[in-house]
Design a protein around this ligand. Structure first.
Ligand SMILES: [Zn+2]
Length: 244
């Protein structure tokens, strides 16, 4: 059975900074990744595009953001979809929760990654967390037999927010992305609307790699991304990797 990862970002470029390497790694290992954006971030996260040409229409900005995310997703090896819910503010209706629950049920991911519960700098990011929380529960029927189609509850992580300490983010899981870091850099370069984040997230990958080396003793880890699990992780054994 192919392992599946669903990444849900509030805006169409959020995934690339925070989980681009992890996506590329899953794809390289033969997994299937659906990279889902709830909106294009056309108002709040497209500053450079508006600066470049203030007369652009919203539709034109959305189209450019779509092209950038498709290009970056092709580099990382995942499928990109955008629900185009609008941003700043994003409005989440019950219909939209049901729409996301259907997508989760149909795709049946083993793992979901999304934003953190808190983010004092971005109103859409915690909203994405909330809608994923609810849709995940609805798609999985809370883990018991129910009178509707349901999937097994996917493992669920939050990726690292831009200001981790102020968002209450304490990572408990690090992914070694050294082997795919060049792909992450190439994917980040596609996001012309947020050029300023590329060097920041390259530096962060290196810093998280340092932490991962210290924690694990694995000297080969040069770059890492980190996550926080939102539900307990269930393992087959307390010693999961004997070949460390
Ligand atoms: Zn965002």
């Amino acid at each position: 059975m192919t392992k599946k990862l669903l990444v849900v970002g509030a805006h169409s470029a959020d995934y690339v900074w925070r989980a681009g390497g992890t996506i590329a790694k899953v794809a390289e290992q033969g997994g299937q990744v659906l990279n889902l954006a709830l909106s294009y971030g056309e108002r709040g996260e497209s500053g450079e595009l508006w600066k470049e040409n203030p007369n652009r229409s919203v539709d034109e900005v959305k189209k450019l953001r779509h092209e950038m995310s498709e290009e970056a997703s092709a580099i990382l090896g995942c499928e990109f979809k955008c629900l185009d819910w609008g941003d700043y503010p994003m409005i989440v209706t019950e219909e939209r929760v049901a729409q996301l629950a259907d997508i989760i049920r149909d795709f049946a991911p083993n793992v979901i990654i999304t934003h953190t519960k808190e983010d004092p700098f971005n109103p859409d990011h915690p909203l994405a967390y909330q809608v994923v929380e609810k849709a995940r529960q609805l798609s999985a029927g809370a883990g018991v037999a129910a009178a509707f189609a349901r999937i097994n509850p996917p493992v669920w992580y939050s990726f690292e927010p831009h200001q981790p300490e102020l968002s209450g983010f304490v990572p408990d899981t690090f992914i070694d992305i050294t082997s795919v870091f060049e792909k992450k850099i190439a994917a980040m370069a596609c996001m012309r609307a947020q050029e300023y984040l590329k060097s920041y997230y390259t530096e962060l990958g290196s810093r998280r790699g340092n932490h991962a080396r210290r924690i694990s003793g694995k000297q080969q880890v040069k770059y890492a991304e980190c996550f926080k699990s939102n539900v307990p992780v269930i393992l087959d054994t307390i010693v999961p990797d004997m070949h460390f």
